[in-house]
Design a binder for this molecule. Structure first.
Ligand SMILES: Cc1cc2nc3c(=O)[nH]c(=O)nc-3n(C[C@H](O)[C@H](O)[C@H](O)COP(=O)(O)O)c2cc1C
Length: 203
């Protein structure tokens, strides 16, 4: 798909750092990212990462934290209320989407095809067009309806990639954990990355 983009949605679950790390890594690879953030996603960005990470300051924040390579990519921010945005249509050249982190509410909306917001509609578009949709749910413990909603999304073709960092890479910082999750997300979207070293068979 020439001139294609990746949609990234941030919703109101804990783990905003997974979203900012994945966003920075996509931008550093020269990707055009179409970002949509729910109201509670905006709140969690500020609550967990501070005012500097508010959506209005996102590019300078990413550049300061992850380096100037983020300027290789480009960013469009859509309103979650704009159901007429580009990513609401299958005719738009968006080649994949990740919802990072994905709240149980948005998970339910995607599982049942509700399309109430741009996040839900864009996810529905990915499923109907058979394009990669990566869902990064975060909740613990999980109820039976939440588990069933993950199954429904997986049956519809989504990749369920829970916010579960691994420890065999011997992480020492929160950033190491975020690198691991972001690497998993980029891999699921079909990108090469060096966010964590490949498993060699030995710790
Ligand atoms: C500080 C805070 C942390 C939250 N963490 C989670 C979470 O980890 N997982 C989750 O499913 N919901 C969490 N919620 C609840 C969601 O934000 C809430 O259900 C919201 O309606 C989700 O809307 P959205 O999917 O449109 O962002 C949290 C809310 C707050 C205020």
């Amino acid at each position: 798909m020439p001139n294609s983009s990746i949609a990234l949605a941030i919703t109101g679950a804990s783990g905003a750092i997974y979203a900012t790390r994945a966003l920075a890594a996509l931008l550093a690879r020269g990707v055009h990212v179409e970002l949509v953030v729910s109201d509670y996603g905006r709140r969690l960005l500020r609550d967990e990462l501070g005012e500097a990470a508010a959506i209005e300051h996102m590019l300078p924040y990413l550049s300061a934290k992850y380096g100037p390579d983020v300027s290789r990519g480009s960013l469009t921010v859509h309103s979650n209320r704009d159901l007429g945005a580009t990513i609401a249509s299958g005719s738009h050249a968006c080649r994949g989407m990740a919802i990072v982190p994905c709240s149980m509410k948005t998970l339910a909306g995607v599982a049942h095809g509700l399309s109430r917001s741009l996040v839900e509609r864009a996810a529905d578009v990915m499923l109907k067009e058979r394009r990669p949709l990566v869902i990064v749910p975060r909740e613990t413990p999980m109820s039976l309806p939440q588990l069933k909603n993950m199954v429904l999304c997986a049956e519809a073709g989504a990749i369920i990639l829970p916010a579960m960092p691994a420890f065999y890479q011997l992480p020492t910082t929160i950033d190491d954990l975020a690198d691991f999750l972001a690497g998993k997300i980029l891999g699921a979207l079909g990108f090469d990355h060096d966010l964590y070293p490949p498993w060699t068979g030995k710790v």
